[in-house]
Each structure stands twice: as C-alpha cells, then as structure tokens.
Design a protein around this ligand. Structure first.
Ligand code: C5P
Length: 401
C-alpha cells in the first residue's frame, strides 16, 4: 500500500520516526511529507533514511513529476502526525501553500490526522471549528491523548503513541471482516462447557483437564450467527463471549439441572462439557485426614449421563442434541471406532469425535473432529482452530435441522 505520512511542526514529530518504522515494517511504501516548520524538530535526513525515498517540503521541487498532485492522487492512505493547530487550520480552509496541504487537497483516499498541541490551542474555538469542518468532510481526526506536554504543563494535547496512530490508520484501509451469515437468527440454543468438579471434602475435588475453549468457541460462533445462547459453564477461566447468557455451575448435578432447565426452551443442546462419569459416593463434611501410611480408598458412584438422557427424552419436540466424544485410541479400537460405539450407545443426533491426549484436544487451540450422526455415519470432518471447528459443528446442526 502507498502511504503518505505528513509531519507538521510540533515536538511530537520525533514520535513519527517510530510511526514511519511501524508502517514500513508492516510492508507499506511510505512517502514522508514534512512541513518546513517540522524540520526544526526532525531533519530531512531522518525521513529519507527511514523511508528510503527522497523527501521535500515544497511544491517547486522535482517539478517534472508534479509531486503536489501525484503524491496525493496515488496514495492509498494519508496520515498526518503530528497535526499542529496551524496544519489543521490550513487543511480546513483548503490552503495549498506547501507540499503537505497540496497533497491533502488532491488525496481521494482515507485521511487520518493525529493532532498534537497545547491544551489551550486544542480547546480554542478556532481549532474546535477546524476539527469539526475536517470531520464533516470525512477526515478521521484522532482525539489527542492527555498527559505531559512540551513544558511543565499537562492536559489533552499529546500525540497518541505511534502504535495507536498506526493501528487507527491501517484500520481505515483494511477490509472489514465479512459479518457472518445470520443463519441461526433468534434460535434458542444451550451449550455446556468446561469440566465439573466433584467434591471429595470441603477442600478437594475430582476434576478433569477441560479448558472450556471448544464450548466457548461454540457459544461465540452461535452468537455471531444470531442465536440466543445459554452457556452452562463449569469451572472455566475464560471471558464469557459478548451477548451470551452464562450460567456458572460447579458439579455435575448442578450442570445437569441447569442444562435441563434451559433445554426446555432450546432448539439445540450442545454438550461440550467434559462431564465426569464418576463422582465420590459421598463427600466428607470435614477435611479427610491421613491415617498413618494407609492408602486412601475412594468409592465412586456413577453420574447420570446427561447427554443420553436428553437424547432419550427430547425435552422439546424436534430438538437437536449434540454430544462430544473426546477419545484416545487404544489396542482394541481407534478413536473413530470408539466414537462410533458411543454414537450408537448415546443416540444423540450428532456426536463430535475428537482425539485427546499427548498435546491434542484438551486445552489446546486447535481441534480435529469427525461428526457422526446417530447411526454412526460420518456427516462431516473438520480441523483447525476451535473457532473454525465450532462453525463446522453449527453447519452440521443446520443441515440436521
Ligand atoms: O461417555 P463420554 O463421557 O465420553 O461422553 C461424552 C459426551 O457425553 C459429552 O457430550 C458429554 O458432555 C456427555 N456426558 C454427559 N454426562 C455424563 C458424561 C458425559 O452428558 N455423565
């Protein structure tokens, strides 16, 4: 991308050397156009060395190439940092008395300016009016940061950090992410995530390594596609995705109650939580003590299989029930064979099978999945980030609906 970096005459001009570096290191071809006054702060040699191009301030240099027209016309983005009160005034009135203001008049691309001046100048009605004029014409004027100014004074008027200016400028020209299709618009769905903890005594529990990432990705993806998402979340240390209703739970029993209550009104239930198959047959009311060197024997009772119950009962007619099967292969059967057996046993509409262990699945960023239907036939496979996988799961749900 071709970027023009305008620099006007303020002490913050030195920060633009770093801004220039950030833009060139991001792979852009940057032409620097300083004002005459700015050269009092940072000289031509700095701009020429860092940009790799000759630099001038005047329209009467390099006349055969008509730079006062060509620079602006060929730019994909113009950034002016710092923009002084004088520069804002000249830009607002359409002056063309140096190469930078002439460039601003000929540019048809996005323009971002980062004002920097003393607070009194920034707040003066003349500057306020100039900023309003520029904004009305579509120029993006950053708010100056507050803090220490050139002398002992402080207040709004500092040029924002180069990283902030670079990010704001590039955001103007980067293509916006296409918004996802709203193919789940208004649909009530329930997702369970994480791993329940089964108390052994007031301080200990039995738990598992589920991070909740895949469940949270499923909730986020459904929300992005317009669904009304209830996330039953068991011991997950991740921020709840925006727009999602979270119901935190601790144990399998609480998870079961919360999922079943929410499932009564849901079109889809996705059981991504790593529910414990077993829990201590009883939980001690006080801390279990060591007794000499004797081993401690725990008796475990089986938890209800929430997924199998949901699949058998169908708390709402037509509801699609989706399970997950985190498997490790063994001598007896492969991951997929274990998954197939589980699909036939649990009778969920869809079962998402993934391999776990040895750095795969639990807690990692990526997942490899095979989606089976209730007859254990493969309906889809996917691999990639948990966000990508989440979208493929919802695609399969939609196809099933
Ligand atoms: O049998 P397994 O634990 O591998 O089954 C995994 C699937 O079943 C997941 O969708 C999980 O949420 C669900 N499950 C359940 N209740 C249990 C155990 C697992 O709903 N007690």
């Amino acid at each position: 991308m071709r970027i023009v970096l305008g620099v006007s005459g303020g002490i913050a001009a030195y920060k633009s050397a770093l801004l220039l570096r950030l833009l060139t290191e991001a792979g852009h071809d940057v032409r620097v156009v300083p004002t005459r006054a700015s050269l009092e702060f940072v000289g031509l040699a700095t701009w020429e060395a860092l940009s790799g191009h000759p630099v001038s301030t005047e329209v009467f240099e390099d006349v055969p190439h008509v730079p006062h027209v060509s620079l602006g016309k060929s730019a994909d983005l113009v950034v002016v940092a710092p923009a002084t009160a004088d520069l804002l005034s000249r830009a607002a009135t359409g002056r063309a008395d140096d190469l930078l203001t002439a460039t601003l008049l000929t540019a048809r691309c996005p323009v971002l300016v980062a004002p920097a001046m003393h607070t009194e100048m920034w707040e003066h009605p003349a500057t306020v009016a100039n900023v309003r004029t520029l904004r009305e014409r579509g120029v993006h004027v950053l708010e100056p940061a507050s803090g220490r100014l050139t002398g002992a004074d402080t207040g709004p008027g500092r040029m924002p950090d180069p990283e902030v200016v670079a990010a704001a400028a590039l955001a103007l020209v980067e293509p916006a992410e296409p918004s996802p299709a709203q193919d789940l618009a208004g649909m009530p769905v329930v997702v369970s995530a994480g791993g329940p903890r089964e108390p052994l005594d007031p301080v200990r529990y039995l738990g598992n390594r589920s991070s909740g990432r895949q469940g949270y990705a499923l909730a986020r993806a459904a929300r992005a596609r317009g669904a009304r998402v209830t996330l039953v979340t068991a011991n997950v240390a991740l921020p709840v995705p925006e727009g999602v209703e979270a119901l935190p739970v601790e144990t399998t029993e609480q998870l079961r109650d919360a999922v079943r209550a929410a499932a009564k009104d849901a079109d889809v239930v996705v059981m991504a939580a790593a529910v414990a198959d077993f829990r201590p047959a009883s939980s001690a009311t006080s801390k279990i003590k060591k007794s000499g060197g004797d081993p401690l024997v725990l008796r475990l009772g089986q938890n209800p299989d929430i997924l199998a119950e949901l699949a058998a009962e169908r708390l709402r007619p037509g509801q699609v029930v989706v399970g997950f099967a985190a498997e490790t292969g063994d001598d007896g059967a492969s991951v997929l064979e274990h998954g197939r057996a589980k699909a036939l046993r649990k009778r969920a509409d869809l079962l998402v099978v993934n391999a776990v262990g040895a750095g795969r699945g639990f807690g990692t960023a990526d997942n490899d999945i095979t989606i089976l239907d209730r007859d254990a036939e493969v309906v889809a496979t996917a691999s990639g980030s948990k966000d990508v996988v989440a979208d493929r799961v919802w695609d399969a749900v939609l196809a099933h609906l």
